[in-house]
Design a protein around this ligand. Structure first.
Ligand SMILES: [Zn+2]
Length: 226
């Protein structure tokens, strides 16, 4: 009763179009959910992300939920995650993507998931790690263990946008550490980031994991900015 009154007074709004959500809708109205620019990369071998990672790190498959388009729905979602602390939305997106991934043989033999960690200072500022929340949703639907607590970030990196590609690589090299790497030995782990652009952060984290624990990796992100 109280919930229905509150819902009347303060309806939950769609993150994209600001329309009031109706029963069973969460975060996005059905219309906007159907308009999500899904990449379908999990069904597409040699997709855009896989091509950009070729020759850099060994991996099984790489895929991303959404295309990043300037001024589009993905940008609104990322803004909501980053600046409005909407952790529930990140978990919701992880679950939604988990349902999509279940259609794909790419996830059949996954044993676990690892979210790229934020530096503690950034984590305190933002309140939560959006990659972690997305990974939580994924792990729940896919029924795989979350090993994110084994990975940590060694030092805070500056914002990467102003740097050249070479500088960027130097900047992210070996910034990650791994605890108890033997736990991951011979497993197939899905590494999760929020947005993949050059893939340099994923590459750095993946290198550390592969070198120390000799496991197989696949890669997933919320968005791909090609
Ligand atoms: Zn909407």
């Amino acid at each position: 009763m109280l919930n229905s009154i509150l819902q009347l007074l303060f309806p939950n709004l769609c993150v994209n179009c600001n329309q009031a959500l109706v029963k069973h809708e969460r975060h996005l109205c059905l219309t906007c959910q159907l308009e999500l620019p899904e990449t379908q990369y999990h069904l597409l071998k040699d997709n855009g992300i896989e091509k950009s990672l070729w020759g850099k790190i060994p991996f099984e498959r790489a895929f991303s939920f959404l295309y990043f388009n300037q001024a589009g729905i993905t940008q609104k979602i990322l803004h909501e995650l980053k600046y409005k602390g909407n952790e529930e939305l990140a978990i919701f997106l992880g679950k939604l993507y988990g349902q999509r991934l279940q259609e794909s043989p790419a996830v059949n033999n996954l044993n676990g998931i690892i979210a790229i960690p934020l530096h503690p200072i950034k984590l305190r500022k933002r309140g939560y790690n959006q990659s972690q929340a997305f990974a939580t949703g994924l792990s729940e639907v896919l029924g795989i263990l979350d090993y994110s607590n084994l990975i940590y970030r060694k030092k805070n990196t500056q914002t990467q946008t102003q740097k050249s590609r070479v500088e960027r690589w130097d900047n992210v090299q070996s910034i990650f550490g791994i605890k108890q790497p033997e736990i991951l030995k011979n497993k197939h782990i899905l590494i999760v980031d929020d947005v993949i652009t050059t893939g340099a952060t994923i590459e750095s984290c993946a290198r550390e994991i592969i070198e120390k624990s000799n496991c197989k990796l696949s890669i997933a992100s919320i968005a791909h900015a090609a």
